[in-house]
Ligand binder design. Structure first.
Ligand SMILES: NC(=O)C1=CN([C@@H]2O[C@H](COP(=O)(O)OP(=O)(O)OC[C@H]3O[C@@H](n4cnc5c(N)ncnc54)[C@H](OP(=O)(O)O)[C@@H]3O)[C@@H](O)[C@H]2O)C=CC1
Ligand SMILES: CC(C)(CO)C(=O)C(=O)O
Length: 325
């Protein structure tokens, strides 16, 4: 049986690959990091303290994708171009990524996934820790159909939710990611501190509200990812006392959880264009104001170009525009 190929043995790739292996599916990891390939060949793929599972590991440079095989794309969006350049047209490509990438969209794949669990991979080993439970939504794109791997639930790592259309779930996740990730990465704080540090919380809530307005004005469908629908989140945020109460309730479960943009500014590459960049593109198309996102975009892209060190004081100039919420 042709194995399912997972490109990118990181937080998402290892969790999904482990779930497939636990369900009896053959898995081939394709990885750019030689240390991860060597460790995977030696020790297999691991999640938390569970027993390692053997899988095939192939260096990206040596990978020749098989026609009609299933390829789960689990890299960061900024690595898509190199992967797409290798793919035969008839591959069953299923990206599982946050954000929107025009080049990937043009590839015309039929199915996509979006993860709402949090998974942090070790630097040089295919060993990840699922630090916050959540779901993997899998569904069609632009009415497309196609097979998604069946055996994903067995390990109980995340709940698999199969939906007809993935777009509402990707847009809802965009509302959250474009608020969480640039702020957490620029400030060098974890997801919990976004709620516990007052200056960060104020900006986080303001961005969530702006993101909801942009997405609503664009008329895109918004699904439910997490405990509340985006419309309910926006309703809560308009009531400051309730938003404060919710922040205190959710903070403990987010404390210490990783944001996949953390540490990327210093490496000179982030998914900012795929999150904030896409929101700004939607805002420009509809004429909806996006002052805070523009400030955040300028801050994070400037920091990334300079490979600047993150710090909480980086947020201090944000929200200065009279239009910012
Ligand atoms: N981690 C999480 O909790 C969540 C992540 N996401 C999204 O999932 C996607 C993946 O994120 P995440 O798993 O955190 O990413 P990671 O950085 O943990 O893993 C990506 C892996 O892909 C490798 N890679 C880079 N280029 C290639 C290539 N050409 N071929 C093969 N492997 C390659 C990277 O190697 P190297 O490091 O050497 O570049 C790295 O090991 C992103 O879009 C992210 O936003 C969504 C929800 C939650
Ligand atoms: C966990 C979350 C929601 C934001 O940190 C995420 O999706 C990511 O880090 O990629």
């Amino acid at each position: 049986m042709e194995p399912v190929t997972i490109v990118g043995a990181g937080g998402i790739g290892c969790a999904v690959g482990y779930a497939l292996r636990a369900g009896g599916t053959a898995v081939r990891f394709v990885e750019a990091n030689p240390a991860k390939v060597a460790a995977g060949r030696r020790d297999g793929v691991r999640v938390d303290d569970r027993p390692p599972l053997a899988a095939e590991f192939v260096p990206f440079a040596e990978w020749a994708p098989q026609p009609r095989s299933t390829v789960l794309l689990c890299t960061k969006c900024y690595d898509n171009a190199a992967v797409l350049a290798k793919l035969p047209a008839d591959v069953n490509l299923i990206p599982i990524q946050n954000g929107f990438d025009p080049q990937l969209a043009a590839h015309g794949h039929a199915r996509e996934g979006i993860a709402s669990f949090v998974s942090e991979c070790a630097a040089d080993r295919p060993h990840t820790r699922v630090t916050r439970p959540g779901e993997l939504h899998l569904g069609g794109r632009d009415g497309g159909t196609g097979a998604t791997p069946a055996e994903l639930s067995g390990a109980g790592l995340f709940r698999v939710v199969r939906v007809n259309q993935i777009a509402p779930f990707k847009y809802a996740k965009l509302m959250y990611n474009a608020a969480i990730s640039p702020l957490a990465a620029a400030a060098g704080i974890d997801n919990g501190q976004l709620l516990s540090v007052p200056a960060a919380r104020r900006l986080f809530f303001a961005l969530l509200q702006e993101n909801y307005r942009i997405l609503s004005a664009a008329g895109v469908p918004l699904g439910k990812v997490g405990p509340f629908a985006p419309r309910t989140v926006a309703w809560i945020l308009r009531r400051k006392w309730l938003a404060g109460l919710m922040a205190r309730r959710f903070e403990p479960s987010l404390r210490g959880t990783y944001c996949s943009m953390a540490g990327e500014i210093a490496k000179g590459r982030t998914e900012l264009d795929n999150y904030t960049g896409h929101l700004l593109w939607l805002a420009d198309a509809t004429g909806e104001p996006a002052p805070l996102n523009r400030e955040v975009y300028d801050l994070v892209s400037g920091m990334t170009a300079a490979r600047a060190a993150p710090g909480i004081d980086r947020l201090s100039g944000l929200g200065a525009s009279p239009l910012a919420a």
